[in-house]
Ligand binder design. Structure first.
Ligand SMILES: Cc1cc2nc3c(=O)[nH]c(=O)nc-3n(C[C@H](O)[C@H](O)[C@H](O)COP(=O)(O)O)c2cc1C
Length: 162
């Protein structure tokens, strides 16, 4: 089975985990970019980004240059915004940009992600098979530990999908 890491990251935490998974499994990564990315900083980023989640906005994405048909398994990564996946991931999943993949979901957060897995499972299951999820807290503040945990999880997943 061929696997790929697909992720959105605004401030680098999710990207750090994506790269750790890519490194240990030797698989490619694709970072998705909304056409208009969040530009606010400080507190206003929470208002702007959180507002997008609450309003159910699906931002337009830059073209993704990969042929998803070549892959069976996707490690899908998102930061948690307002308790759930970030809006670019909503676009990706609700518009069925890829379908019929086994999806391992990973997310990064700062401690407020109680219902994150349930919500992700529901949207991933629209077009794909949700397999399992793993959350990573305060990633860039604990880089060695985060890398280790991510690579351990990815290796366990890889054992299942051989
Ligand atoms: C708009 C916005 C909303 C956020 N909401 C939450 C939240 O509800 N719960 C939480 O634990 N962290 C929240 N965070 C923090 C991020 O989830 C956390 O820093 C994450 O690791 C960022 O990933 P990134 O660096 O890949 O963008 C929020 C951050 C932003 C920018």
């Amino acid at each position: 089975m061929k696997a790929l890491v697909v992720y959105y990251s605004f401030e680098g935490n999710t990207e750090f985990i994506a790269n750790a998974i890519s490194e240990i499994l030797n698989i490619p990564t694709i970072r998705i970019h909304p056409v208009k990315n969040l530009t606010s900083t400080g507190f206003s980023k929470y208002v702007w980004g959180g507002g997008q989640v609450v309003m159910g906005i699906k931002p337009k994405l830059e073209p993704i240059v990969i042929d998803f048909k070549e892959y069976d398994v996707i490690f899908l990564g998102s930061p948690i915004w307002a308790g759930t996946y970030a809006p670019p991931i909503k676009t990706l999943l609700e518009e069925g940009v890829f379908k019929n993949k086994k999806v391992y979901y990973f997310y990064t957060h700062e401690g407020g992600a109680q219902n994150a897995e349930r919500r992700a499972e529901s949207v991933i299951s629209k077009f794909n098979e949700y397999v399992s999820a793993r959350g990573f807290i305060d990633v860039l503040k604990n880089q060695n530990e985060s890398r280790k945990k991510a690579q351990q999880w990815a290796s366990e997943c890889a054992q299942q999908i051989k």
